[in-house]
Write a protein that binds this ligand. Sequence first.
Ligand code: F6R
Length: 236
Amino acid sequence: MLNAKPNAVLGLSTGATSLGLYRELIRMHQDDGLDFSQVTTFNLDEYVGLTRHNPQSFCYFMQENFLRHINIPPQNVYIPAGTTDNYVPFCQWYDRRIAECGGIDVQILGIGEDGRIGFNEPGSSLGSRTRVKTLSQQTVAANARYFDTVAEVPVSAITMGVGTILEARKIVLLANGKQKAAAIAAAVEGPITAMCAASALQLHRETVCVLDRDAASCLKMLDYFEWCQAKMLDPP
Ligand code: F6R
C-alpha cells in the first residue's frame, strides 16, 4: 500500500493485538527501507486525563511500540489529546482534520470482548463521530491490568465514532485468541446492532478480518470462509 501511495493516511489502534503488526512494519522499515516520511497517522482513541508522557497513555504506547522506530515526521502524527481544555471543539477538529488530510486510506482496528471498536462501547450510535465516551465497567475492569489499581483507570476516553471509522476507505480488523471468538462471531455473523459496534463493519465495502484460529472458532461459516480463502490462494 505504501509503495503505491507513499503519502497514505493510516488509522491506528493500540492494544496487545496491534503489537505484531507494528513489529512487522518496523522490521520492514529497518530491513527493506519501507518509508514513512510522507505518511500521516490518526489514532483511534486516548484516555481522558492522561498526559502524553503518562506510560499508560495511548500516545506513550504508540511512541514506544511504533512511532519512534520509524521515520514518520512528528507533525504528521495525530493522537487525541487526553488533557485538552475543551473536549467538544477538540473532537470536532479531529474529525475535520481527518477530512482535510484526505480521509483515512486504511484503518487498523482491534476488537474488545464486548465487540467495541475504538472505545465505542455497546450502545454507541452507529453514526457516532469522534467524542468523549464514558467507559463501561467491563472495559475499566479489563484495562485495570495496565494500571497499579483499578481506581487509576480513567473512566472516559476520546474515541473516533463508529461513523468516523466507517468513512475509512479500507478497514483491517485484527483479532487473536479464544477470548475474542464470541465478539468476532457477533461482528461478522450477528445482526447489525449498536450493542456490538464492530457489527457496523458489515456495512463497509472493504473490510478484511485477520483472525487466528481461536478468534475464528465461533464462526458458523468458518468452513465456507476457509474454502473461500483456499480458492483465492489457488485460483482457477
Ligand atoms: C485501542 C482500541 C481498543 C482495542 C481493543 C482490543 O486503540 O481501540 O478497541 O483495539 O480493546 O485490545 P487488545 O488488543 O489489547 O485486546
